[in-house]
Design a protein around this ligand. Sequence first.
Ligand SMILES: *[C@@H]1O[C@H](CO)[C@@H](O)[C@H](O)[C@H]1NC(C)=O
Ligand SMILES: *[C@@H]1O[C@H](CO)[C@@H](O)[C@H](O)[C@H]1NC(C)=O
Ligand SMILES: *[C@@H]1O[C@H](CO)[C@@H](O)[C@H](O)[C@H]1NC(C)=O
Ligand SMILES: *[C@@H]1O[C@H](CO)[C@@H](O)[C@H](O)[C@H]1NC(C)=O
Ligand SMILES: *[C@@H]1O[C@H](CO)[C@@H](O)[C@H](O)[C@H]1NC(C)=O
Ligand SMILES: *[C@@H]1O[C@H](CO)[C@@H](O)[C@H](O)[C@H]1NC(C)=O
Length: 426
Amino acid sequence: MSSRSVLMLAFGLFASIISPVSGQLYTDCNPLNATCAPDPAFGTAHTFNFNATPPTGTFNTTAGTVDYSSANGAAFTINKKGESPTLISNFYFFFGRTEVHLKAAPGTGIISSIVWSSDVLDEVDWEFMGGNTTHASTNYFGKGQPDFHNADYHPVNGGVQDDYHNYTCVWTKEQLDWYIDSEHIRTLLAKDANNTLSYPQTPMKLSLGIWAGGDPDQPKGTIEWAGGVTDYAQPYSMYVKSASVEDYSTGKEYSYGDNSGTWESIKIATGNSTAVENINKQPEKSLSDKWNDLPSGTKTGVYAGAGGVGALLFLGLVVYYIKQRRRGKQEAALAAQRMDQERMEMERFKKEGGNPDALAFDGAEYNGKGGMASTTTYAVSDSPPGSSAGPPQKAWDPTGSGPGTASMPLLRDDAMSPRFGAHGGR
Ligand SMILES: *[C@@H]1O[C@H](CO)[C@@H](O)[C@H](O)[C@H]1NC(C)=O
Ligand SMILES: *[C@@H]1O[C@H](CO)[C@@H](O)[C@H](O)[C@H]1NC(C)=O
Ligand SMILES: *[C@@H]1O[C@H](CO)[C@@H](O)[C@H](O)[C@H]1NC(C)=O
Ligand SMILES: *[C@@H]1O[C@H](CO)[C@@H](O)[C@H](O)[C@H]1NC(C)=O
Ligand SMILES: *[C@@H]1O[C@H](CO)[C@@H](O)[C@H](O)[C@H]1NC(C)=O
Ligand SMILES: *[C@@H]1O[C@H](CO)[C@@H](O)[C@H](O)[C@H]1NC(C)=O
């Protein structure tokens, strides 16, 4: 890092400490003021089912861990102060659509969120206050400018915390539309956003995350907006079953042709995106996949033999390999040997009482404690924002690029408070 960038970083930290209202989302390099590296494009449409870890390279996890299970999807849990587990896409979409099936977290001051954010800090949000079980809020920002009037509140049938709901946003250069469970609830026309100036119009990353807007160290206005002070006596979880993302552009990369931050300035480099490559990379087949691939007759045999030693599974797999693949004797023997190894592994897991890979011998549901869950942990500073203990903690940063800055998205202080923000929720 050059001394200049260290200086700038120091200044950035300082600025965000003294001026929380302007210290919004952090961006590594803001194309409004600089020439930045291109953004990797999504360039496709894909549904990420969070019954398992998303394909390597598609999302980063920050500020905590996310657990994946077929029962709940992705679980984002705040166990203690300082945690704000977040999934951030490594790809950008340039106009498009996201459909997220989410169950919001309870807890006063706890914010569940779906956020789009761009390098110039255009932003499109869904937010759920843990203290409010009935309403979802929608919001948007253009070029990082706080605006007191952008938030809107919407009732959700059955409440936001008891079940998964379909929160969809559709985005073109003309307008943004928000839907809850297929019902259209809000439109923003580009021309109505300060004559397009404040209209979100630059390539967006998708973030899914939970954070404590009610942390006692948050600014007063943020705590009020979040619905009150968070009590960390119990954990709070938000769950996301799936996220479908569709990029309305195709290409390899998006870059800013000038400092205007307008959609007209975006250049699209053609080619296949890294995201598409990552999605298409066939992961090494897991035991559970192999199990699911088995013909049901074989499975029945295995269930029947489950009280035994799994010998039937072994036999079933061998028969399967020989029959299905019509391999030669030698190959079949090799396959059998490999199966035998895996059988022994399964036996070992069974003895240890574990459930290595979603493989339920008794036909029970996958309990989510499989080996697929991410075990990556992140050190999160406990020092409050702006404390003398060091740089402010990164309470929540859906841009994922802040080097430990006070990049809480809602450090707009009063900016998003319902006192100013609501313009007639439905
Ligand atoms: C860009 O730079 C100008 C002047 O240096 C500054 O006032 C402005 O806040 C900067 N904008 C962003 C988005 O960083
Ligand atoms: C939830 O939010 C809506 C919209 O702002 C509001 O009318 C309602 O009173 C809130 N409920 C609670 C419990 O705060
Ligand atoms: C979710 O809502 C969107 C928008 O209305 C709709 O197009 C989509 O079909 C819905 N998804 C499901 C699974 O119903
Ligand atoms: C709207 O745009 C004008 C310039 O056309 C600018 O001065 C003003 O600050 C903008 N307002 C907001 C809320 O961004
Ligand atoms: C992009 O992917 C397609 C289909 O996989 C392939 O045929 C094509 O050669 C790729 N293009 C580039 C530039 O790699
Ligand atoms: C994700 O992590 C990788 C590796 O640390 C980094 O290069 C990339 O910029 C990160 N992406 C985002 C969106 O933060």
